[in-house]
Design a protein around this ligand. Structure first.
Ligand SMILES: N[C@@H](CCC(=O)N[C@@H](CS)C(=O)NCC(=O)O)C(=O)O
Length: 259
C-alpha cells in the first residue's frame, strides 16, 4: 500500500497518473496547501521541503516503509518498483530520465513562475511576466519540435510524459494557445484520452483551485509561513553583510532543520 500525500495541482497529479497507470494500490492523504497543512510537523518529517507530492510506500525496499518526496524521484521509484514506464535498457532509460529532468528543472519552475506572475502576484510586474512567459513559450517550442519526430517525449509513453502533461493541462494560466504548438496538442490529447489519466484527475478533483488565491492561501503559499513553518520565526531577508553563523553555531543551526 502506498500513502499518497497529495493536493490537486500539476506537480501533485503526476503521481496518481503513474499509480493508476501501474494499477498500484494507494490511499490519498490530502495535504491542503491552501490552508498551510504542508507545515504540519508530521508532514515535514516526510518532506522537509513542505511541498506535495510525497509518498510513503509501506512495502518499500527490504519490506520496510520508504518515504519519498520530489515528484521526479517518486516517479523513478515507482518506475523501478513496477518495471513500467521507465525502461531498463540504458539508452532508453536515460532518454526518459533526460526528459523527466527537463520537466522538473525547466517546465515546472518556469511555467510555475509564469503562472505566479500572471495569476497570483498582487501587482503586475511586466518584466517578470515577460521573462517567465517567454521562457514558457520557448519550452513549448522545444517540446513541439521534439514531438514532431517522436510520439512521446522519450519515444514511448513514459514517466516523462506523466510529469509534463499536468502542466500543459493548466496552460490557460500561462496564456498558451495549443493551436500554436500542434505536435504538443496531438500529444496532449492522446495522453488525456488514457483511462488511467482520467481516473487520476478525479482524485480530490472538487478541491482543485488554480489561480486567484484567497488571503489564507496567499499567506500559506507566499507569506511568512514559508519561513517560519511550525518553528520560531526567522528574520526575513537579512542583509548579506549580517553573515552566517560559523563553526558550532552553524552546526547547531543545521541541526534545527525539521526531521
Ligand atoms: N520540485 C517539487 C515541486 C513540488 C511543488 O512545488 N509543490 C507545490 C504544489 S504544485 C507545493 O506543495 N507548494 C506548497 C508550498 O510551497 O508551501 C516536485 O516536483 O515535487
Amino acid at each position: 500500500m502506498i500513502d499518497l500525500y497529495f493536493w490537486p495541482t500539476p506537480n501533485g497529479q503526476k503521481i496518481p497518473i503513474m499509480l493508476e497507470e501501474c494499477g498500484l494500490e494507494y490511499r490519498v492523504k490530502p495535504v491542503n496547501m491552501l490552508r498551510g497543512e504542508q507545515f504540519k510537523p508530521a508532514f515535514l518529517r516526510i518532506n522537509p521541503n513542505n511541498k506535495i507530492p510525497a509518498i510513503v510506500d509501506q512495502d518499500g525496499p527490504g519490506g520496510e516503509p520508504l518515504a519519498l518526496f520530489e515528484s521526479g524521484a517518486i516517479l523513478q521509484y515507482l518506475g523501478e518498483k513496477t518495471g513500467r514506464f521507465l525502461p531498463r535498457e540504458r539508452r532508453a532509460r536515460y532518454t526518459v530520465l533526460q526528459w523527466l529532468t527537463f520537466q522538473v528543472a525547466n517546465v515546472g519552475p518556469m511555467f510555475g513562475q509564469c503562472g505566479h506572475f500572471l495569476g497570483y502576484a498582487p501587482r503586475k510586474i511586466q518584466y517578470a511576466i515577460d521573462r517567465y512567459r517567454n521562457e514558457t513559450l520557448r519550452l513549448y517550442g522545444v517540446m513541439d519540435r521534439r514531438l514532431k519526430s517522436v510520439e512521446y517525449l522519450a519515444g514511448k509513453y513514459s514517466i516523462a510524459d506523466m510529469a509534463t502533461w499536468p502542466w500543459v493541462r493548466v496552460r490557460w494560466l500561462h496564456r498558451i494557445d495549443l493551436a500554436e504548438f500542434p505536435h504538443v496538442q496531438r500529444w496532449y490529447e492522446a495522453i488525456g484520452a488514457r483511462p488511467a489519466v482520467q481516473r487520476a484527475l478525479e482524485v480530490l478533483a472538487k478541491r482543485e483551485k488554480i489561480g486567484n488565491p484567497d488571503a489564507k492561501a496567499r499567506e500559506a503559499l507566499f507569506g511568512r509561513s514559508q519561513l517560519t513553518q511550525s518553528r520560531r520565526p526567522r528574520r526575513v531577508a537579512a542583509p548579506a553583510s549580517a553573515g552566517r553563523p560559523k563553526g558550532r553555531r552553524a552546526d547547531k543551526a543545521a541541526l534545527r532543520t525539521p526531521r
